[in-house]
Write a protein that binds this ligand. Structure first.
Ligand code: ACM
Ligand code: ZN
Length: 522
């Protein structure tokens, strides 16, 4: 058994199930997500084997050679995402009480086949055998996330789908889509078309070290970048939903907003003008002006469209790394500080986030922010994403806030994964080895049980300053995501890196079939 992430319990039996052209898929409900999951499985089988399996909700006269998908929503023993998978020489049965559970059962089933099941060659002459086994499984955490920054470099829609497929392969269930930045605005907003007409494009300084790039010069053309149309977004959200993945959009404020300000400089403190950053932009001084009422009208207009496009309950608003120097000099910001009785610019940032949080929750959504939003006071309903270590996450959990852990030390996949001299360029002076990711435990040991319950899970972050191509993203993400998947799905009671490593060798052959440019294991 080489399943990643490792299931809770696995019992092996003698014999094997052989899939052939007459194997039937029988669902106990021929509609909705259960049917879609059956179709998803049948599509993968067709690509690899050439067989077009029948999907039915009726056993007819067949008693054997069946793969049953049994959704029983009265049977709550599996939890929201758990499943059982029973393989016998006669039949295979996946049971769960949600369609997500069935989907994860399918992921495990696929990993029991020869690795060629992930290929697209319609292999003739392959023996499609599955060993007899009984698996009981459920995830450790409800939040198993992967983030992707599509702003430092833009990746086409097709790659986003491949990325989502890779999450699904690992039973990850959240795609945190970082859509706005100093270096590019990537989401079409109908009411503010210049966000993408201007904000999605920068001058191309490829080949020059990220932090040494000159800003845009007079006469230069900004033609490097791209964006996702609202149609693209809907397509991606639907694609992800069929794979049990929630897409969480991130719209950065008050900082990391230079691309938006290049398009609409009137919402800054100074009025601009600005150009979209061509590379490193630091410190982040040009940010939204919270002294100006119109800034909130603008941001709420954007968020309105975003919340319509993304049906999930979470909206990430960033909140990290704001330099407040301009707020200190801006008459409108200083007026706001006085009018609201605030002590300083930190509390002004808090005012900003709390006001946005009120708006977001008035629409029935939940706000997530990076741990900086704790400074100056956190809005009551906010969820914290802890990245500067785990201190912010601990503090938030103690204040009864939900927390997602993504500390740089364990979860930043833009860090080098080996000796820098033998690796492609990555974040300077960084290192995050596979072993370390594997050992990660998102729950800090000193929390009380009630505080621990606020730790929703963990997430890998993929900042793409040093990833100009999607091939490079794949190289940085895998196999570290395989290790993280196990850290957030598997119970972790008996972690054994060497045993994981053996499974990973087989898993890498799956990645070969999927044509993923993963980093070879040492
Ligand atoms: C971050 O890495 N600035 C959240
Ligand atoms: Zn201002």
């Amino acid at each position: 058994m080489n399943i990643i992430p490792k299931p809770k319990s696995t019992q092996e039996y003698k014999g094997e199930f052989l899939l052939n052209s007459t194997t039937r898929i029988i669902v106990n409900l021929k509609e909705g997500p259960l049917l879609e999951t059956a179709e998803y499985f049948a599509e993968r089988v067709k690509l690899a084997t050439g067989y077009e399996l029948w999907i039915s909700d009726n056993t007819f006269d067949h008693k054997e050679n069946i793969i049953f998908f049994n959704l029983d929503d009265e049977n709550t023993k599996f939890g929201k995402e758990g499943y059982s998978l029973e393989v016998r020489p006669t039949n295979i049965t996946i049971r769960a009480n949600t369609s997500s559970g069935i989907f994860y059962g399918v992921q495990s089933l696929l990993q029991l086949f020869p690795v060629q099941i992930y290929g697209n060659h319609a292999n003739a002459g392959m023996k499609w055998s599955v060993p007899s086994v009984q698996i009981e499984d459920a995830p450790k955490y409800p939040w198993r996330g992967m983030h992707l920054d599509v702003c430092r470099h833009f990746y086409p829609k097709e790659f986003i789908k491949k990325y989502i497929d890779l999450l699904a392969l690992h039973k990850m269930n959240v795609f945190h889509w970082h859509l706005t930045e100093d270096q590019g605005w990537r989401i079409e907003i109908m009411n503010y078309p210049q966000l993408t007409e201007i904000g999605a494009w920068r001058v191309d300084r490829s080949g020059i070290i990220w932090n040494e790039r000159k800003i845009q010069q007079p006469g230069e053309t900004a033609d490097y970048g791209g964006f996702y149309t609202q149609q693209d977004i809907l397509e991606i959200v639907d694609y992800a939903a069929k794979r049990c993945i929630l897409v969480v959009p991130e719209i950065e404020l008050p900082g990391h907003a230079l691309a938006a300000l290049a398009a609409y400089p009137e919402y800054s403190c100074t009025g601009g003008p600005f150009d979209v950053a061509t590379g490193g932009y630091w410190p982040i001084v040009d940010v939204f002006c919270p002294g100006n009422e119109n800034t909130f009208t603008f941001l709420e207009g954007i968020l309105d469209e975003v919340m319509t496009l993304f049906p999930g309950e979470y909206i990430h608003i960033g909140g990290d790394e704001v330099n407040k120097a301009n707020w200190g000099k801006c008459p409108k910001c200083q007026q706001r500080i006085i009018a609201e009785g605030l002590n300083d610019e930190n509390e002004l940032q808090s005012y900003f986030i709390k006001r946005i949080e009120k708006f977001v929750s008035s629409k029935g959504k939940k706000l997530i922010g990076w741990d900086e939003i704790l400074e100056g006071g956190i809005p009551p309903e906010a969820t914290i994403m802890s990245w500067r270590g785990i201190g912010g996450g601990i503090e938030a959990a103690k204040q009864n806030h939900d927390v997602i852990m993504s500390p740089t030390d364990y979860c930043y996949f833009d860090y080098y994964q080996g000796t820098p001299s033998s690796e492609p360029d990555a974040f300077p002076d960084s290192l995050l080895l596979l072993e370390k990711v594997y050992e990660y435990n998102p729950t800090p040991p000193d929390l009380t049980p009630a505080e621990k319950a606020h730790i929703l899970g963990g997430q890998g972050n993929v900042w793409t300053e040093y990833m100009p191509t999607s091939d490079q993203v794949e190289y940085m993400v895998l196999p570290r995501m395989s290790a993280l998947a196990e850290a957030v799905w598997s119970s972790g009671a008996e972690k054994d890196f060497h045993e994981f490593y053996e499974r990973l060798n087989v898993h890498c052959r799956r990645l070969d079939e999927l044509k993923v440019n993963y980093r070879p294991t040492d």
